[in-house]
Design a protein around this ligand. Structure first.
Ligand code: SF4
Length: 289
């Protein structure tokens, strides 16, 4: 039996950068605070915790004073920077440059179109850290839409500026944009849409599909909280029905599906390579047919 790891899977450059920042800091000092999980992968979070990374929640942030804190790749809203300033916290800002650019674009759009009462709409996951950071650029005014039924909350007499969370699918974004366009047209308003999906993510959809069809079975490795993981896994599943979502070896059934000769292992932009390798070694040891 052959087990192959998809070489295009694994951390995107935003996550690599954040982890490198954390590791560099941890070489110089015993501990470092991180606001929220550095990556949506519990096993990688645990590995970094062993090196001294202490993950804290947003609620705990206000209690922290005169120390160093890392902001992860997802980015933060302006209020978080304000709390850090007030509490004399030194920020190691690992916000991904792609997210940072999107935050600035949203802020600029909000500031310049406020008089015209343009609605800033973000196609993304409500409550997701990146989305919270994006909404924060609009003083909380942006409307987050996850699905078509959320579109009833918009006022179609007013213009709409549409953005996307960087990890959403292009297909979903196009569907939402088309529907908003249809409704705004009915009332003479305008839609301006900004395709802000990260290319690191969108090109992986095609890559992961090609990888999934070229193997008999796929083990997709990702943390349950990874939104990008869910999107990529769905793509795998539609290309190859014998695709299994696993967060680690503990989720793997002791027997392989029948007739499997070539197994493919792939993952999300938050999946560490070492974890995919661990899953590969485990699968190689399983008895075949
Ligand atoms: S998915 Fe793209 S935007 Fe998000 S952290 Fe990675 S590189 Fe940055």
């Amino acid at each position: 039996m052959e087990v192959e790891i998809d070489e295009d899977s694994g951390f995107c450059f935003g996550v690599v950068r954040a982890i490198e920042d954390a590791e560099r800091e941890l070489k110089q000092r015993r501990g470092l605070y991180c606001l929220g999980d550095i990556v949506h992968n519990n096993l990688e979070v645990r590995r970094l915790a062993q090196l001294g990374l202490v993950t804290i929640t947003h609620e705990k942030l206000s209690l922290l004073h005169d120390t160093k804190i890392l902001f992860r790749a997802h980015g933060e809203p302006p209020e978080t920077y304000e709390i850090a300033r007030r509490n004399h916290l030194t920020v190691v800002d690992a916000t991904c440059p792609v997210v940072l650019r999107l935050q600035r674009q949203i802020r600029q759009c909000y500031d310049t179109s406020r008089e015209k009462k343009t609605q800033v709409v973000i196609y993304g996951e409500k409550g997701h850290a990146e989305v919270n950071g994006l909404v924060g650029q609009t003083c909380g005014d942006a409307i987050v839409v996850e699905k078509e039924s959320d579109l009833d909350r918009l006022d179609y007499h007013r213009d709409v500026a549409l953005f996307a969370q960087t990890t959403k699918s292009e297909e979903g974004f196009c569907r939402i944009a088309q529907e908003i366009e249809r409704r705004t047209r009915l009332f003479g308003a305008q839609l301006i849409s900004y395709d802000s999906i990260c290319r690191q993510v969108s090109k992986r959809l095609t890559q992961v599909r090609a990888f999934a069809v070229s193997h008999d079975a796929i083990y997709f490795v990702a943390g349950e909280k990874s939104s990008n993981g869910r999107v990529l896994f769905e793509e795998c599943l539609s290309a190859n029905p014998r695709s299994f979502f696993v967060s680690g070896v503990k989720d793997i059934a002791p027997e392989l599906p029948s007739g499997v000769r070539r197994i493919g292992i792939c993952g999300a932009t938050s999946t560490p390579k070492w974890l995919m390798e661990e899953v590969a070694s485990y699968l190689r040891e399983l008895p075949g047919e």
